[in-house]
Design a protein around this ligand. Sequence first.
Ligand code: ADP
Length: 549
Amino acid sequence: MLGLMQDWPLTLDKILDHARTWHGEREIVTRQVEGPIVRTTYAQVHERAKRLSNALLALGINPGDRVATLGWNTARHLETWYGIIGIGAVCHTLNPRLFVEQICYIVNHAADRVILTDTSFLPMLLEQRGNMQTVEHLIVLTDADHMDDAALPGALCFESLLEESSPDCVWGGFEENTAAGLCYTSGTTGNPKGVLYSHRTNFLHTLTSMQVDMLALSGRETVLPVVPMCHANAWGLTYSCPAAGAKMVLPGPKLDGESLYELIESEGVTFAAAVPTVWQGLLQHMRGIGAKFSTLKRVAAGGSAVPEGLIRTLRDDYGVTLTHAWGMTETSPLGTESSPSAAVAALDVETQLKYRAKQGRPPVTIQLKLEDDEGRELPHDGVTFGRLKVKGAYVIGEYFRGDGGKILDDDNFFDTGDVATIEPMGYMQITDRSKDVIKSGGEWISSVEVENIAAGHPKALMAAVIGVAHPKWDERPLLLVRLRDGETATPAEFRQFLDGKIARWWMPDEILFVDDIPLGATGKIDKKLIRERYKDYSLPDGATPAAKG
Ligand code: ADP
């Protein structure tokens, strides 16, 4: 027997319709690519997104066609999302930080028909235009005054297109499983693969992410999504902010500590989301000028492990609560959050911090399990490492165009490629990515755990640990530390700091102080590049592992 309730397809156009009607005057503030701070509202964004829909229809865009964006977090970018998905086309967010060859590969693989781009990326597009076979139109996200026709011959001007187009357009009317968004993983192994979200999955992700134990969004918040819209849907904030009626503050291209701090203070930001390295950069700037936050209360961080020291500093020195989140492009992305459960909330604050530093517990829409290599389920004892597998309301079923073949196990769980533990109160902790874990003498060393502790040293700005080949032990850990500006330190200081906090045999064989710890396209430490840099590295005992095999 079927239920007798209304059939109300969960399509994302309803989110901006809601924001226009019930939060129409709520502001969206942008630091524009052209420089100034500009203000708009959900009502205006809604109207302009409809104009864009008409412009795309006039260009011949049909339901299911891929329309790409290459943009910073701005109100114009937000308008493009809703303009594209409202008419059943697919919004394909390209990550400008990828290598150009990867961007071209992705555009061709997705068969994008249009690219909407910020002016910042015109030189790259001009150079690569001939390599993007399916692209018929380029639309520059700027006004006529800033259009430089020579920069990209034949390109269309976003603001002129909007002026010429009608604001009357019917959105929606398709089924909720219609594709809405396309986002490629950054391809740390092999070619990037496409994750194709549907209206329904993004809608369910939106409802989940707004919950109190997730991002806890309300209409009273002023939200700064530093996490780019091309990085797994800006963790869903492009949908959840209008759904909640929260004010949005969009940083455009300026993600340095000084610019972010200025926006947080001038716009009264209460909640912000970014990868841990952004928080480190922001705090470094604030320490330099002795600044404090006047309105910021909460931040979410994830994408890579958040060092416990960062959570402590934000709490003790700045009065800000950091919630640690885990997820991936394939999980839309929010999979777990480290909010305190009832049992953890009853513990003393110092012990609570240990739980906040873990990746956390899943919401009702996500199922997790841990398995060994033979597919046997592992205990939730907080010690046993295993493969983390996930299933849920907004988890990938297969990659775009079937890349990678069958990716679910017989119970329809997806292998995340992460290695994790789950402790008895349900807190999951990522111990590594399976390809980063250090295999020493047949046992595993968590590179993430060592680097997180090292990053907590008061003189450290950032730390990275990789496995270096070793003739006897297979691999041994090498710790790279980037010190805070003006600091000097010795390896012995760091060894002493790690001593007692990690197992003896996890102690890095060598500690090097470096000027640069490279970050990848999604702001995470680029272990692949570091491994490449140190592939012939000789460990201090004088052995040359590469030579000795
Ligand atoms: P990419 O791999 O393209 O950088 P994703 O955002 O999809 O982009 O990466 C997902 C991966 O990032 C996860 O599988 C996990 O390895 C890592 N990750 C995400 N959040 C965390 C976290 N809080 N702690 C540790 N690792 C994390």
